[in-house]
Design a protein around this ligand. Sequence first.
Ligand SMILES: [Zn+2]
Ligand SMILES: [Zn+2]
Length: 234
Amino acid sequence: MQITERSQTAAAWLTMPAVPLAGWALADGASAWWLLPSALMYAAIYLANTAGAHRLFSHRSYDCSDLWKRAMSLFCTLSMQGSVVSWAHVHVAHHALADTTEDPHVNGWGYMLNRRYRPVDLRSKIVARLLQDPWHRWLHYHALVPVLLLAALMAAVDPLLLLFGYLAPLGYFFFVTGVHMAACHRSGEPVNVPWMEILLPMGEWRHRDHHDRPASWDYGPWDFGSWFIRRIKR
Ligand SMILES: [Zn+2]
Ligand SMILES: [Zn+2]
């Protein structure tokens, strides 16, 4: 029940069409209030990935309460981007091997439709420590359980809740991460794409700066993740 490359790819194919489908449902008379659960879920999975999996669990650039750690690791898993254990494992290796033939990130537009990573042997202390925590260990090995439970629960309440509250925000996040993988490493090096902060807000677009200063949690005034971390860090 782990999240694999194959299940990530299947989730991307299943959820990205949910974005235009939600638009069609709105045009067909669905209430605009359905956009509220979409926005809330997108904010939750974006923050869980950028503030949680990335800046907290991979780089340990700040600290926060256990409740926030639990919530962010759960929503990271619900976003089908991998457990925070596999996220941190791949990401620490990406920083160590960026833009080499061993970089686990396969950058480019292909990532949008085919989630593929190069295998890495790098054994990081972060991953070993995360796996000691029963919560992270359970989420890592049973990641698809909360995903399927949430989807079933939402579908039972209302199929439109599943569409607007989960599938569409997940699909939009897959789209944003796909653009990120294509735009933020070009010509063999990480690059900043600051105008994307306006075009596709709630993404990480100052990637060169991040590779230069991976221990910093502050990505600038237009970064919603930095705003959020300022409120939860201790
Ligand atoms: Zn990078
Ligand atoms: Zn990083």
